[in-house]
Design a protein around this ligand. Structure first.
Ligand code: ATP
Ligand code: MG
Ligand code: FE
Length: 355
């Protein structure tokens, strides 16, 4: 079963070809044949964030060349595609419509069925494309630019929400703190790089909701604490901009911020595992690429005999591979059928646990 996956929910156009066994075939692991990605980040950087209309227009420009690129890389033709999958939501409506429209047009032209996929299900299942794929059931820590959730996952489409952020997502906390530090959008990975040269204990920042007694998160207050701390540092040094502070101070605040975010993510993940009695953790979403998060999760898990599974680094942030994979796994598990109706809608807001 050769699945073409198209991702266009935000500011990355991703296209990929994933080979999955048919429902009757052997339970072979899905294989990524090719994937191509175009990131619009540079275009949006001038505005400090994603401009939805520009994003939609750029997806239109990129999606067919990327499709051609993956077909060539996989030595396949359009005719080899069995199913076309696209991101149906959540995301920016206009951006989603581009992927949905192209997927349905391709499906109609090739007389192949089409399937709309949940973007977060894509993130959540992405570790199945890694060299060390997980097994169900597991606890999933979904940490992306727009979401921070702990889920109990019992199988494809069987997702129970255990807790989530009541305000900013973890990726947002990284990005907004990074912005305060004068880093370009999206600053998460840049802040993480600065943090490697800093002392995580230099500044005491809050660990919001750490002792809330539930599995919810809150990161909005942390961002304010970072702002207050940086203002204190500017006043003490008599400088006007964060970039004018000594490099070591900048790195120390980055490290302290990262430590605060990671600390909460790790502790709540461990609580979720304890409460569910499960011993497998799957980490997904862009923040899952964070090295400090990975090392702290690995350390905490080793003590408790827990296995942690991550997506390949290049599949942590948005990509078409996870969309093709999620479609393939939904079809294989009998959770859903692909449609030849080619009528599409998108769901800009779409809670994962309603699947
Ligand atoms: P969603 O999936 O919730 O709709 P999204 O698609 O924008 O949101 P992703 O593409 O999964 O989110 O991840 C992007 C986020 O991951 C950004 O906030 C980015 O800063 C963050 N991120 C990526 N790499 C790192 C890293 N190494 N350290 C910290 N944050 C990171
Ligand atoms: Mg993105
Ligand atoms: Fe995403």
């Amino acid at each position: 079963l050769l699945v073409l996956g198209i991702e266009s929910s935000c500011d990355e156009t991703g296209v990929a070809l994933v080979e999955c066994e048919a429902a009757t075939g052997s339970p072979e692991v899905p294989r990524l044949l090719a994937h191509a990605l175009y990131s619009q980040i540079e275009m949006h950087q001038a505005f400090g964030g994603v401009v939805p209309e520009l994003a939609s227009r750029d997806h239109i420009r990129r999606v067919l060349p990327l499709t051609q690129e993956v077909l060539t890389a996989a030595a396949c033709t359009l005719q080899d595609i069995d199913v076309v999958a696209y991101t149906r939501g959540p995301g920016l409506a206009g951006a989603l419509l581009v992927g949905a429209g192209v997927a349905c047009a391709l499906g109609a032209a090739l007389a192949r069925p089409v399937l709309g996929v949940h973007h977060l299900e894509g993130h959540l299942l992405s570790p199945f494309l890694s060299a060390d794929p997980p097994q169900f059931p597991f606890v999933a820590l979904l940490v992306s630019g727009g979401h921070t959730q702990l889920m109990r996952v019992d199988g494809v489409g069987r997702y129970a929400l255990l807790g989530e952020s009541i305000d900013d997502a973890a990726g947002e906390a990284f990005d907004k703190s990074a912005k305060l530090m004068g880093l370009a959008y999206p600053g998460g990975p840049l802040l993480a790089r600065m943090a490697e040269a800093g002392n995580p204990k230099a500044y005491a920042l809050p660990r919001p909701l750490l002792h809330s007694g539930n599995l919810d998160f809150s990161f909005a207050g942390l961002k304010t604490a970072v702002l207050v701390q940086s203002q204190k540092m500017l006043a003490a040094d008599g400088v006007a901009h964060f970039e004018a502070l000594p490099r070591s101070q900048q790195c120390d605040l980055a490290a302290s911020t990262q430590a605060a975010i990671v600390d909460v993510l790790v502790k709540k993940s461990m609580t979720a595992l304890k409460e569910t009695g499960l011993n497998r953790l799957v980490v997904a979403g862009g923040v899952g690429a964070n090295r400090h998060l990975r090392s702290e999760l690995n350390a905490a898990s080793a003590k408790r005999n827990i296995r942690v599974h991550y997506p390949e680094l290049h599949l942590c942030t948005d990509n078409g591979a996870m969309i093709a994979l999620a479609a393939g796994m939904r079809l294989q598990s009998g959770q859903q059928q692909a449609s030849m109706a080619y009528a599409f809608d998108v769901k800009p807001r779409w809670p994962l646990d309603t699947l």
